[in-house]
Design a protein around this ligand. Structure first.
Ligand SMILES: Cc1cc2nc3c(=O)[nH]c(=O)nc-3n(C[C@H](O)[C@H](O)[C@H](O)COP(=O)(O)OP(=O)(O)OC[C@H]3O[C@@H](n4cnc5c(N)ncnc54)[C@H](O)[C@@H]3O)c2cc1C
Ligand code: FES
Length: 272
């Protein structure tokens, strides 16, 4: 659903690691409190190239007396994010959001597992913070599995360490944490967790979510995954982000990642 377009003012836009930026944006108080997993569509105010906004997850949010502040953690992937990276303090951005659905919080689950690939850490950090702050989950009950290609692509760990007791890092080349895939790290530990008492939240590249889906086949683990599909409108109008989803009867349907997701039950996602 289309929402009001907000004009945000950049408070800071810092390169925290090569090609990874943390942007802080000041917004009007009428911006709704975002739920973990929701995202915004962002573009530079008045700029027509690139014309389309880009979807970025909300990494953190605070509401002050006179304005709200959101933080975005992003990787320079192409033209749109490269333009964002060049913005300086006081620049203006157009923001549509918060958009999409959020992760579902299951109060009966004693153990929480997060599995993130690369920048997938952003929405899961907000979720971990919310679970911790609300008292739903303790630091000891939350485990985070984080994977990336190399040490240079590991961001946001310091924040996580304050929220989760058990953090497992895997890189493809072993330059940080252990060498290997994050999904393999989880698979190795899987028997330590009770499937019925555990909730898994995942976000990362398609290949990671697909591998996790395969690992969970035949188990009773409940897992919600946020999909990083390419988006044009971000509000459900163009159907450009449709993915195959099984309905409750097992029939194939198509859902828009922006409006019906981006979070889905991992067992309902149909992989080509
Ligand atoms: C719901 C959602 C939340 C997201 N949250 C974040 C976030 O918090 N931080 C962040 O850095 N990125 C996030 N992304 C990914 C981000 O939107 C893309 O990296 C960005 O749109 C790329 O735009 P670009 O113009 O820089 O690159 P483009 O020139 O459009 O593309 C460059 C490369 O990135 C690939 N790409 C483009 N869009 C996506 C996409 N959506 N997913 C995966 N690969 C893509 C292209 O295939 C191409 O190889 C999110 C995506 C979605 C759908
Ligand atoms: S991006 Fe247009 S419908 Fe999802």
């Amino acid at each position: 659903m289309a929402k009001e377009i907000f004009i945000g003012e950049i408070v800071s836009n810092e390169e925290i690691q090569k090609e990874f930026f943390l942007m802080k944006v000041k917004l009007d108080l009428s911006f709704d409190d975002p739920q973990p997993g929701q995202f915004i569509m962002i573009r530079i105010a008045g700029l027509n190239d690139p014309f389309l906004s880009r979807p970025i997850s909300i990494y953190s949010f605070s509401r002050g007396k006179n304005y709200c502040t959101i933080e975005l953690l992003y990787r320079v992937a192409g033209k749109g994010t490269r333009v964002l990276a060049g913005l300086i303090k006081s620049s203006q951005v157009e923001i549509n959001g918060p958009l999409g659905g959020s992760f579902e919080i299951k109060a009966d689950k004693k153990q929480i597992i997060f599995i993130a690939g690369g920048i997938g850490i952003a929405p899961l950090s907000l979720l971990a913070k919310q679970l911790y702050r609300s008292g739903c989950s303790s630091k000891e009950s939350m485990s985070f599995y984080l994977g990336a290609k190399t040490a240079d692509a590991i961001v946001g760990l310091d924040k996580l360490q304050k929220l989760c007791y058990n953090i497992n890092v895997r890189t493809d080349d072993g330059s940080f944490g252990r060498k290997g895939l994050v999904t393999e790290a989880f698979q190795k530990d899987m028997k330590k967790y009770s499937a019925t008492d555990t909730m898994i939240y995942a976000c990362g590249p398609k290949a990671m979510v697909k591998a996790l889906s395969k690992i969970l086949t035949g188990t009773k683990f409940h897992c919600q995954a946020s999909l990083e599909e390419r988006m044009a409108c971000g509000t459900g109008a163009c159907v450009g982000c449709a993915v195959g989803i099984k309905d409750n009867k097992g029939n194939l349907t198509y859902k828009r990642v922006c409006a019906d997701g981006p979070v889905f039950d991992i067992r309902q996602i149909v992989w080509e």
